[in-house]
Design a protein around this ligand. Structure first.
Ligand SMILES: [Zn+2]
Ligand SMILES: [Zn+2]
Ligand SMILES: [Zn+2]
Ligand SMILES: [Zn+2]
Length: 768
């Protein structure tokens, strides 16, 4: 009888018999078999770019492993915890949708083991490396030649399973075991330079595949005991055996090879023994049963396949000790400088506060910082940032008081002085090659972490996290590479320089900083696994609003619910899965339609400000609604918001570009916010106009006052989104008073000034 794809066979053991015997695939039996699949199932498999035969082979490989109930339960829980998010008007789904191909695979036990295996490997290595391991596992099992799916097919299968276990404890468990190998760093080289230094290393995929087949034999009871000797890869296999398969595992390490972990009682012999080979003589190890050795093959891998040099082996770190697990003794040394470290972070929070407030006392020299800044979340500056940091990283709890004290500094100049002096004393205490001035500018300290840059890393990390919503834990690799990036950004500046406080613009394009927030989220939670694949900054005209890499999806909040506040709209949500539309999964969502701003010819008198194009549409926009337009492109999907009235489309705009305009134009108005601001001569006339327009329910009012012409956008979210998209450097009012907004516009020297009114505007109007 043929077996059914995506469906459990008749009787509890029927599929099991097909796929395994003695822990090995029975090819003779399998090749005589036939397969049935419904058109429904076939369409789902084909939508994922997988051919049905690869699913059969996946089940065959999965069938060679037998998991215990604990393993199956953990995997089922991971599957159930994969929640997704619906876009506005439910046009897209971010996550694993109900029709996702992973559900076809997990319908049977063998398929579920295969999905579990693929997702666990992809979690710590990469999709590409996991595909290579699956291919090697197939090859070693000696199938008839025509039975081996291509590497591309394995890649597509792994790609569909990646992310399934990302929010579970698997990667945490894996990182815990990998840490036993004792390497200071994961990466053994920087992306930016060619220096090599000790890192975690990685084993050859063939040797990992052999060890995995060994675990298969253990799980089927064909083999009673085995030992794996290696580095971090051995730790990964320990986690897989413990978490996914539920085998009895003992992990040994240290000089005396003492037991570091054991999941079975002492009267029982563990099935799997893991040993780390860092210092010990391989011959001196007490190996039990069949022994697998996993030597570091990073050197070979780099020359074998250039793309694999970016496979960095790592798991996730717990929030409670994220910094300790990543930066180890260097972080503990930094914590020892309690006063200096707390003062540095606290005064930096005060400086970020000034940036967010558009504080003019900040100084003209740093004016460009205000234009560069894109981070305006409630927790990204001032005291709120201090509270956020201590909540997110309890390891820094001891610094809370000092941080808070310095975040309250009365002026930004005071904060600046404290920042410089405390960073200087951290630098003295660090005493690394760079801090002690032994290295020329542009040269990086290698093989250790510099405490000064560790502080900058904590600041950048916290600021990034203040705008990210997720259930996931950060990756160890991501935190380490973030440090590398911060270090390399800063190599050309003196050790203590305010420039380090700012997130650098992308290398070739200074205007894509909100897009950079998206790639930073990918770095922290995905560990930069998309290196070389990232669509960001691909070309000047591509704005990315969502992307999926290695099983995780990153999207702006504005795709879920349109809002006119960058604190909401620019938030990044990170979930497991991909971007789904009509049952298909995609990896990239870009802004549709035209991405260029209206040409300057449209502006009255050629002056920047507002366009006739915008005003005509704004006048019509009362009572309009927001629709979503999605279209397919070669490299993914395009997404546009359309402002529709009756059956007409008034205007369309891209979500990513709007998010950038919003956060670009915020934080540029300096206002005391306490009613102590100097009045502007234009304000009484403007308030009268606003009152009149509000009565007539107009979406904007326009009036000339002296040299300047003003457009005040009053309407609802839709009108404001239209205005932010189609006007040139508008003033975005949040809680700043109108007088200060006007002054800020006049100061910029524009003849036409667009003010998009916010909460403060409503208050001003009520006072009139
Ligand atoms: Zn270097
Ligand atoms: Zn240093
Ligand atoms: Zn920086
Ligand atoms: Zn003011």
């Amino acid at each position: 009888m043929p077996f059914q794809l995506g469906q459990r066979g008749e009787g509890p053991a029927s599929d099991a018999v097909r796929f395994q015997q003695q822990g090995q695939v029975d090819w003779t039996r399998l090749s005589a078999d036939s397969v049935n699949a419904s058109i429904q199932i076939l369409s789902r498999i084909s939508a994922a770019g997988i051919d049905p035969f690869t699913i059969v082979m996946g089940q065959a490989i999965g069938g060679s492993l037998l998991w215990r109930d604990e393993g199956r339960k953990r995997f089922d829980e991971a599957l159930q915890s994969c929640r997704g998010l619906a876009s506005y008007r439910n046009v897209l789904w971010f996550g694993f949708g109900v029709k996702h191909v992973a559900h076809v695979l997990t319908a049977t036990d063998q398929g579920a083991v295969c999905a579990g295996l693929c997702s666990c490997v992809a979690e710590c290595y990469t999709t590409a490396y996991a595909a290579g391991i699956m291919m090697e596992m197939t090859k070693i099992s000696n199938p008839p030649a025509e039975f081996t799916p291509s590497l591309l097919q394995w890649r597509n299968l792994v790609h569909s399973c990646a992310g399934l276990v990302s929010s579970s404890t698997f990667a945490l468990c894996a990182e815990q075991f990998m840490r036993f190998s004792g390497d200071l760093r994961v990466a053994s080289r920087h992306s930016q330079c060619d220096h090599n230094y000790p890192g975690r290393g990685i084993s050859h995929k063939t040797q990992i595949a052999e060890a995995l087949l060994g675990l298969a034999k253990l799980s089927r009871g064909v083999l009673f005991q085995m030992t794996i000797v290696g580095g971090a890869d051995a730790g990964f296999l320990a986690a897989l055996a413990d978490w996914l398969l539920g085998l009895d595992v003992e992990v040994r390490g240290g000089k005396e090879q003492e037991t570091l972990f054991r999941n079975c009682t002492l009267d029982k012999q563990p099935q799997l023994i893991i040993m780390y080979d860092d210092n010990a003589q391989p011959n001196g190890l007490q190996c039990v049963g069949k022994t697998y050795r996993l030597p570091d093959a990073s050197g070979i891998l780099t020359s074998e396949d250039g793309a694999l040099q970016w496979t960095l082996l790592g798991g996730r770190v717990p929030w409670e000790s994220a910094l300790d697990w990543t930066f180890g003794g260097y972080f503990r040394k930094l914590l020892g400088m309690k006063q200096a470290c707390g003062a540095a972070i606290g005064s930096a929070a005060r400086i970020y506060q000034a940036l967010s407030d558009g504080d003019e006392s900040f100084g003209d020299a740093k004016e460009d910082w205000r234009f560069q800044c894109r981070t305006y979340f409630s927790d990204s500056h001032g005291l709120a940032l201090v509270h956020f940091i201590t909540q997110r990283f309890p390891e820094l709890g001891n610094l809370h008081e000092t941080m808070g004290l310095n975040a309250r500094a009365s002026t930004v100049q005071k904060a600046w002085m404290v920042f410089e002096s405390s960073m200087t004393s951290i630098s003295t205490g660090c005493g690394c090659q760079r801090c002690s001035g032994e290295l020329a500018r542009g040269q990086g300290p290698h093989g250790h972490f510099c405490l000064v840059f560790l502080v900058y890393t904590i600041l950048h990390l916290s600021r990034a996290l203040s705008g990210i919503v997720t259930q996931l834990r950060p990756t160890r690799v991501g935190l380490e590479i973030l440090y590398d990036q911060v270090l390399y950004d800063g190599l050309n500046h003196p050790v203590v320089a305010g420039e380090h406080l700012m997130q650098k613009a992308a290398p070739n394009n200074a205007t894509v900083t909100s897009q950079q927030r998206l790639s930073r989220a990918q770095l922290i939670f995905g560990g930069d696994r998309g290196h070389g694949q990232t669509y960001l900054v691909k070309s000047d005209s591509t704005w990315t609003s969502a992307m999926a890499i290695n099983g995780l999806c990153y999207c702006y909040d504005i795709l879920l619910r349109p809002s006119f506040s960058s604190a909401q709209a620019a938030r990044i949500c990170v979930v497991n899965g991909r971007i789904e539309h009509n049952g298909r999964a995609y990896d990239h969502l870009s802004d549709g339609g035209q991405n260029t701003p209206p040409s300057s010819g449209l502006f009255p008198g050629g002056a920047p400000g507002f366009s006739r194009y915008l005003l005509e549409r704004l006048a019509d926009s009362n009572g309009s609604r927001l629709e979503v337009l999605v279209s397919e492109r070669f490299d993914g999907l395009a997404f546009e918001y359309a402002v529709c009235k009756d059956s007409n489309t008034l205007m369309t705009f891209g979500p990513a570009k709007v998010v950038d305009s919003m956060s670009h134009n915020e934080g540029l108005v300096s206002c005391a916010r306490k009613g102590h601001c100097t009045e502007s001569p234009q304000v009484p006339d403007l308030l009268k106009a606003i009152a009149l327009c509000s009565q007539e329910k107009k979406t904007f009012c326009r009036l000339k006052h002296g040299q300047e012409e003003f457009v005040l956008v009053l309407g609802d979210i839709v009108s404001k989104l239209m205005a932010i998209d189609a006007s040139w450097t508008p003033i975005v009012q949040r809680d700043e008073c109108l007088a200060c907004c006007v002054r800020s516009g006049v100061r910029r020297g524009n003849k036409s000034i667009t003010i998009i009114m916010g909460g403060g505007g409503a208050r001003d109007a009520a006072l009139a």
